[in-house]
Write a protein that binds this ligand. Structure first.
Ligand SMILES: Cc1cc2nc3c(=O)[nH]c(=O)nc-3n(C[C@H](O)[C@H](O)[C@H](O)COP(=O)(O)O)c2cc1C
Length: 216
């Protein structure tokens, strides 16, 4: 008989967490949000540069402008695919990804998350000295850093009973998100929603460990 492995508290927390796309209207307590931000802040970062910034989008005006930008982004795509080969398939993608973006406006908490640019990575220093032909690694480091901060944020949310969802879909519809939000010092990587969950999604299938590990 196969015995179920004993899962630690952390393993349970990690595997129980689901992306939540439907929320109750209630606002989570401020101190809960602060403790999620605290967990984000504790994440590792290159040279301890702590470049991740959370922009809480509370103003109805900003949310409305963002929503309008999402809708005009969708409309621009729909106009551009008219009479194009594969129009039906493209329309399906646009509609699906719109649906997987629009829900963020119904979440009690919505943040844009990004990084400040002044962090001087090793790669940037080498590039500026002419010792590297490109500086692609810097963006990778910053994106990893956002991911690590978000992991702390979403797991603390899970521990508190809050649902979250990371979204990059909206950025495809709204390429000039920084301009829309009136931000010029943060490069936005994604959005994240949070609130009390009003759904209990099943876990989407996961790969097995042998599928993701190889040894050389
Ligand atoms: C970088 C990133 C971008 C994502 N973008 C979206 C998105 O735009 N819309 C959405 O509904 N979910 C988005 N998700 C959530 C994924 O769809 C979800 O994590 C995945 O299906 C696994 O489900 P789970 O989080 O419940 O385990 C994103 C997740 C990540 C990590």
């Amino acid at each position: 008989m196969k015995t179920k492995p004993n899962r630690s508290f952390l393993e349970e927390l990690i595997s129980k967490r689901r992306s939540t796309r439907k929320y109750k209207p209630d606002n989570p307590p401020e101190e809960w949000i602060n403790s999620m931000l605290y967990c984000a802040l504790m994440a590792p970062s290159p040279s301890n540069s702590q470049p991740v910034r959370f922009i809480r989008i509370s103003s109805k005006g900003k949310r409305d402008t963002l929503y309008e930008a999402l809708n005009s982004g969708r409309q621009n795509f729909l106009n551009a695919i008219q009479f194009k080969e594969g129009e039906k398939k493209l329309k399906k993608w646009i509609t699906t990804y719109y649906r997987f973006s629009e829900f963020m406006f119904n979440a009690p908490l919505l943040f844009a998350v990004g990084t400040i640019p002044f962090y001087k990575s090793f790669s940037k220093k080498m590039f500026e000295e002419g010792l590297l032909t490109h500086n692609k690694k810097e963006e990778t480091s910053l994106d990893i850093t956002v991911g690590l901060a978000l992991k702390g944020f979403i797991l603390k949310g899970e521990e508190l009973g809050l649902g979250t969802c990371i979204l990059t879909g909206p950025l495809v519809f709204i390429p000039n998100v920084e301009e829309i939000l009136g931000i010029n010092d943060v490069r936005i990587t994604c959005f994240i929603t949070a609130g009390f969950p009003d759904e209990k999604p099943d876990m989407p299938p996961r790969k097995s460990i042998p599928e993701i590990i190889s040894e050389i």
